[in-house]
Structures are given as C-alpha cells and as structure tokens.
Ligand binder design. Structure first.
Ligand code: NAD
Length: 523
C-alpha cells in the first residue's frame, strides 16, 4: 500500500521538494498543492498524521524561503560584466587632443582598393597639399585601376604594392609617407594600423577600426607609445544633417541631450552573397563574419555622430551596455530563395541575428539605442535621433525637428508644438541658421566631388586640414576604440541573454579631461 490518491506518494512528494525549492519553480502554486494534498492525506490516512504535519511545515518553509529568495534577488544589484583592462605602460601618456608637427604636404599610401578604397584615392586627387605616394592591394588589377584614377587627374603614377599578402608592410616601412589610409576587410584593420604607427606613420582606417576589445587596446597603446594619430574614418559624422544637428546640440537648441539613437539598417544580402570574382567582398570576408559572429560588429555609423553630440570621451563616457538579437532568419530565407534549399548557402549556419538592439548607459545618465540589421528588406536607415530637454531631431525615415515652445519664446518662429515636427518653413530656416561652419566652408565642393553625397570628402578634407595645421584630429584613437569595441561587447551580451557588459574606459581616466566635443580650427 502506501500509495495515496491523485498518484502522489510520500517518497515522491518529499523527493521533489528540494527540486521545487532550488528551482523556485512555481513556489506559490506548489505550496498550495502541497497543503491540499496534505489535507487529503490527513483525511484518508489518519494514521499518517505525523507525515502530514511534517509536510505542512515543509510547505510553509518552502513558501517563505521562495518568497525571501525572490525579494532578495530583486533587491540585489546585477553588476555589469567587466573585461580585463591593461594598465598604461610606464612612460606612456594619453593622446587626448594630440598634436603633431605641421605637414606642408601630406604624403599618403593607400592599402585596400576594393569597393571602398578607390573612392578615397579619387577624393584625395581633389585635395590640395597631398601627394599620393603608394597604392597597395593583393590584386594587382585593382592597383592598376587606381593608377588610372591618378592618371585621369593628371598626377604621377604611385609606387605599386600587390600580389603578396604582406606587401602592405613594405608600404608602411617607406620613409616618404606620413599617412597610411586603410580600406581593407575588418580583420586587417588593427594589424595594419598598428604596424603603420610603429613605423612612424599616422593611421587612418575604415570602420570598424577593431573587431575585439584586445585590438582596441593595441591601437590605444600604439598611438600613445608612438605619439602618432590613429583615426577611424567614420564618415557619417560629416554628413550634412548630422553636422547641422550637432551644431544645434552644441548651441543648446535641444537643451540637455538625454537620449540618442543610431542604426545601421542596410539590406546587404545581395552583396554578402555576391561572388568575389563578380564584384563581391574579397574572399567572402563579410559573409564569413556573419557566419561566425552575432551582436553588432558594425555599430559606428549610427553611434559616431550621436557620441559626438553627447560629448562621449569629452565629459561623458559609455559605461555599460545590454544587447539582444533576434534569431537568424533572413540570410537562410534569402539563400533558399536565391540558390535553392539544397545549396551550400542555404545549409550554412549564420550566427548573426537579423536585428540587434543595443542600449548603452553613459556615466552621466544618458542612454543610446543602437540597432543593426543588414539582412532584411528594409529601407536604408541610420536613425540619427537626438532627444533633449528642449527639443528633438531625427533624420530617418524623414528628417524632422520638434522643439519645446518655450525654447523659441523669443518668437522667432511661430506655431511650435513639441508633439509634432515643425513645419517645412521653420525646418528650413533652422537648418540654414544652424548649418555647421565646416559644411558651409566645404559643402559645395564636397557635393561636387561626392562620396555618399559629399560626407566622405568632408571627412578627408578635415583629416588633411588638421594634419596640415598640426591640430588635433576630429576623432582620436579612443573614439575609434570606444565605438568599435561594441562588436565584441554586444556579442558577449547577446550570448549571455542580454547581460550588462561594462564598456572599457580606453582613456584610462581621461574622458573627463576635456568638456565638450569640438572641431579644431586654426585660430
Ligand atoms: N564608411 C563607409 O561608408 C564604408 C562603405 C563601404 C565599406 N566600408 C569599409 O571599407 C572597408 C573595405 O570594404 P570594401 O567594401 O571595399 O571591401 P572589399 O572586399 O571590396 O575591399 C577590400 C580590399 O582589401 C584588399 N585586401 C585585403 N587584404 C589585403 C592585404 N593583406 N593587402 C592588401 N590588400 C588587401 C582586398 O584585396 C580588397 O580589394 C571595410 O572595412 C568596410 O567596412 C566603409
């Protein structure tokens, strides 16, 4: 005998109590079931009074311990995961606002002449006070194509480096180059930038400049040790709307910026699956990244401009982030449609979730939302939203400005209400009034030269202007590191159910040294 009604027996009840307690599995429901069962036991098996009393006592303990555990875990603080950060080597100082001797002519060598690189070569032919000394790509035909750009511009041929994976090192080792401009795949960025600095060159590198936190530290240490500039070429910081709205933020039109949003939403499916022989990424490097990594390894187009508006690295810093990705659907669906369900592409697993959402909290209590989606059929979108105590701007899907009526009580503009965007007339007037001095100066030429509507040219123009004049560059090595480190950090958070991850302080305490982001100009 010994078997009770409802299929329970003493042993089974007692055996499962620890399981329910440790798992905190339905503590309330379990306690009720236990009490009810005990009641039934008492009625049916009067002799088992002792067992029943013990069960009631355990049920009460279970209930209170589960309640207590819940309260304590809710009250206890979950600390962000912190990655190890190397100490600054002795004798090394920070490079915040680094200045280097003026260069009358900026002598440049380019590495990486695939889809992106030749555009930079072309833009440099429009800049004064530069000399294109060398061109490098593994593929010699790509070097030839860029030589033709020089020829067309009436410039002499550059020294060519190609055919060999390591030929770029010879370019960096030359003693007649000041600046190495890198537009290769992501895995080559940091090794090339570090090598360039170690060989006495300033390094300018495409985005993201690093794909791991360790690489970020390598860049910081190389720049600090060699006293050479290391700039990540975040062109979106120079787009017209971003610059104008940065100017608005810097003039206080939006009040205190409390929250910002940025994104990289760009349907790259056809490019990712395009054969390198037919114009796709060299050696499928981007598809391979999508196979191997999740999170957001391309955060800087959305993050760069809003980080500047929030004075990140200059009075504030990104303290921690949480990141959550959807599962992967889009790549497989696309591959099945395009190449067939039995194709290698369709059978391949892809680590990259379609949509990644990352929220960053800053030391001064601000938040930043960064999104990444390159596998959905969505219109291009970088968001670029700034939300302040006095106003709000956003760029995508259509540019708009909303202002608190009190902000313009000067009655310069009528009919303002923060619950809707200002009229086109007011928008145009504000955009004109707050146009950034840099786009005022070089915007027309930039539009003619081109490169994402001109922003790429403004970026190169500013880089060369600052090098000519011995001024700090618009973005330093800490910006590149802090913006790029999101790759590894978001992946870590995604893989840990959205756990908070601390963003390393690459300035090692220097982020509060300067108050407010500023572009440097000759006085
Ligand atoms: N800022 C922007 O708007 C923007 C736009 C597009 C691409 N990008 C960035 O530009 C970079 C290049 O992208 P892409 O689209 O041109 O890719 P790509 O694959 O077309 O070009 C990369 C080039 O680097 C060359 N390369 C690779 N390893 C090399 C080595 N060891 N030595 C010499 N050359 C080497 C390849 O042969 C290739 O020609 C990427 O970092 C990408 O993220 C930025």
């Amino acid at each position: 005998m010994g078997r009770f009604a409802y299929g329970f027996d003493k042993i089974r009840i007692l055996k499962f109590i620890p399981y329910y307690c440790t798992k905190q599995y339905f503590p309330y429901q379990f306690s009720i079931i236990l009490v009810l069962n005990t009641f039934i036991i008492m009625i049916r098996k009067f002799k088992s009074l002792f067992v029943a009393a013990a069960c009631i006592a355990i049920a009460v303990m279970c209930y209170t311990s589960c309640t207590f555990n819940n309260t304590s875990s809710a009250a206890s603080e979950i600390k962000p995961m912190v990655l190890p950060a190397p100490e600054r080597p002795t004798g090394q100082a920070d490079v915040i606002n680094l200045t280097t001797p003026k260069l009358e002519t900026v002598r440049v060598g380019f590495i990486g002449l695939g889809m992106r690189g030749p555009g930079a070569v072309e833009r440099f032919t429009h800049l004064e006070g530069v000399k294109i000394v060398a061109l490098c790509d593994i593929h010699s035909d790509r070097v030839e194509k860029s030589q033709n750009i020089l020829k067309k511009a009436g410039l002499p041929e550059a020294i060519a480096y190609s055919r060999n994976e390591d030929a770029w090192k010879q370019l960096c080792e030359r003693d007649d180059i000041d600046l190495v401009y890198i537009a290769t795949d992501w895995k080559n960025h940091t090794p090339m930038a570090v090598y360039a600095m170690e060989h006495g060159k300033h390094a300018a590198c495409e985005v993201p400049i690093a794909i791991s936190v360790d690489e970020c530290w390598q860049l910081v240490n190389a720049s600090e040790k060699t006293r050479k500039h290391c700039i990540m070429l975040e062109n979106c910081c120079y787009d017209f709307y971003e610059m104008t709205t940065l100017n608005m933020a810097q003039h206080g039109l939006l009040g205190e910026i409390v929250h910002a949003e940025g994104a990289y939403i760009h349907d790259l499916r056809s490019l990712n699956f395009m054969n390198p022989e037919k114009g796709g990424y060299n050696d499928w490097w981007r598809l391979k990244m999508n196979e191997e990594h999740t999170g957001n390894y391309y955060p800087t187009h959305g993050l760069g401009p809003v980080a500047q508006a929030l004075n990140i690295g200059r009075g504030d810093r990104m303290e921690y982030l949480v990141s959550v990705s959807s599962d992967q659907f889009g790549m497989t669906a696309y591959a099945k449609d395009k190449f067939g369900a039995d194709s290698e592409f369709a059978k391949q697993t892809y680590a990259l979730g379609d949509m990644n959402n990352t929220i960053i909290k800053t030391a001064k209590g601000k938040t930043i939302l960064i999104q990444h989606d390159v596998t959905s059929p969505r219109p291009y979108n970088r968001k670029h939203a700034l939300s302040g105590t006095k106003g709000y701007i956003e760029k995508y899907p259509r540019p708009g400005i909303a202002l608190d009526p009190s902000e313009v009580a000067s009655a310069k503009f009528d009919n303002l209400a923060a619950h809707s965007f200002v009229s086109k007339e007011i928008y145009d007037a504000l955009m004109e009034e707050y146009q950034h001095p840099i786009t005022k100066e070089v915007g027309e030429l930039a539009k003619k030269v081109g490169g994402h509507g001109g922003m790429d040219f403004i970026m190169d123009y500013r880089l060369v202007y600052c090098l000519h004049n011995g001024l700090p560059l618009d973005m330093n090595v800490y910006d590149g590191a802090e913006w790029s480190c999101l790759g590894e950090l978001t992946e870590l958070s995604v893989k840990n159910n959205g756990a908070p991850i601390a963003v390393p302080d690459f300035t090692r305490g220097g982020w509060n040294k300067i108050q407010g982001f500023k572009h440097a100009f000759v006085e």
